[in-house]
Structure formats: C-alpha cells, structure tokens
Design a protein around this ligand. Structure first.
Ligand code: SF4
Ligand code: SF4
Length: 185
C-alpha cells in the first residue's frame, strides 16, 4: 500500500474537551461560523454513556476524493503522502466540493467567498511537526498514522452513523467506545 497519512480517533480516550477543534481554529484564524474540525457528541441511541461519547472529525483525506474530482479549477491536489490539499488561492467558491463531500469537510468562507478545509497541516508535516489538533489533544485521543504501516486491528473505518462511502475510501480510523466498567448515574 502507498503511504497514506490519516487521523486516528480513539473514542475511548476522547473526553470531549474541544481542544482539537479550538487548536485548528486558532492556528488557521478561522472566521466566525467556519470550523474545519468539529467534536460531535454521539447520539445516546448509538452509545448510552455520555461521558465517552464523542467523535472528533474533519477531512478524511480520502483515497479517491470526491472534492478533487468535482473541482472545475483544480484547486485540490492529493500529495504522495495521501494528504488532500485545498489550494485556496485557486478556489473560485463555486461550492461543488462542499456539495459533493459526504462528510461535510469543505466549508464556505463567507468573507473570502471560497471554500476551505483541513489540509492536515501539511506545512507542519513537512517541517517534522504534528498537525495542530494532534499536538493539542491532551489525552492522545487524536493521532496521526500512516495506513501503509498501520497494523492495529481493533479500529473501524465506518462507526455507527458515519456514511459508508467505499468508492471514496476515507482514511480516518476509529477506536469505538466500550461500555465503561463503572457507570455513574
Ligand atoms: S472527506 Fe470530503 S473533503 Fe476530505 S478528501 Fe474526502 S471527499 Fe474530499
Ligand atoms: S482534544 Fe482530544 S480529548 Fe479533546 S475533544 Fe479533541 S480528541 Fe477529544
């Protein structure tokens, strides 16, 4: 398998503190209402223990990105390491990528009048640094992995409620929450 950087989301470790989302927002000076990473509480029907029920989500850096395929001005590229980069300087704000991504990753920036999304902090990767969200997570719930070298077996690609899009092959991997040994009521 070719190199493919990916986010590893461990819901057993996530405490829902939103530090990852805030780190992303601060690092890229995101405008009001635009967030590239969001922490989603899980529905109690999916997982009844609210203290451990969060998914931290952003772009999945898919193997076959829908965003890249529909962009009329080639504002998206996929790097050799699998990172799907959005080049904002090329974007004309047509919204095709926003409409085509089943994971809601590209957002419309009403100030710049163009799309934007997580590009996995590729400049930081090139400098040997972790992505800002991964760096900030206080519990190591969010990590960077290379799927080409990843051998763990208890991860899933499609947690409950997550769109199953095999033709895109999203790269993010999830550790699902287990039932806690002690439950406080
Ligand atoms: S999650 Fe959406 S924006 Fe990210 S690479 Fe896949 S199709 Fe593109
Ligand atoms: S920073 Fe880590 S623990 Fe906090 S919400 Fe994000 S993934 Fe969860």
């Amino acid at each position: 398998m070719k190199k493919q950087y990916a986010f590893h989301v461990d819901t057993e470790r996530c405490i829902g503190c939103f530090t990852c989302a805030m780190a992303c927002r601060n690092y890229y000076h995101q405008v009001e209402g635009v967030v590239w990473r969001q922490v989603h509480p899980l529905s109690e029907e999916i997982y009844p223990h609210r203290e451990r029920a969060f998914l931290s989500l952003s772009c999945n850096h898919c193997e076959h990105p829908a965003c890249l395929n529909v962009c009329p001005v080639e504002a998206y590229t996929k790097r050799e390491d699998g990172v799907v980069v959005h080049h904002q300087e090329k974007c004309i704000g047509c919204g095709n990528c926003i409409r085509s991504c089943p994971y809601g990753a590209p957002k419309y920036n009403p100030v710049e009048k163009r799309a934007e999304k997580c590009s996995l902090c590729h400049e930081r990767l090139d400098a040997g640094l972790k992505p800002a969200c991964v760096q900030a997570c206080p519990t190591d719930a969010l990590q960077l992995i290379d799927l080409a070298e990843f051998t763990e077996t208890n991860e899933v690609q499609y947690p409950a409620g997550y769109p199953r899009m095999e033709e895109l092959n999203p790269s993010t991997r999830f550790v699902l929450p287990q039932t806690p040994k002690m439950v406080r009521r």
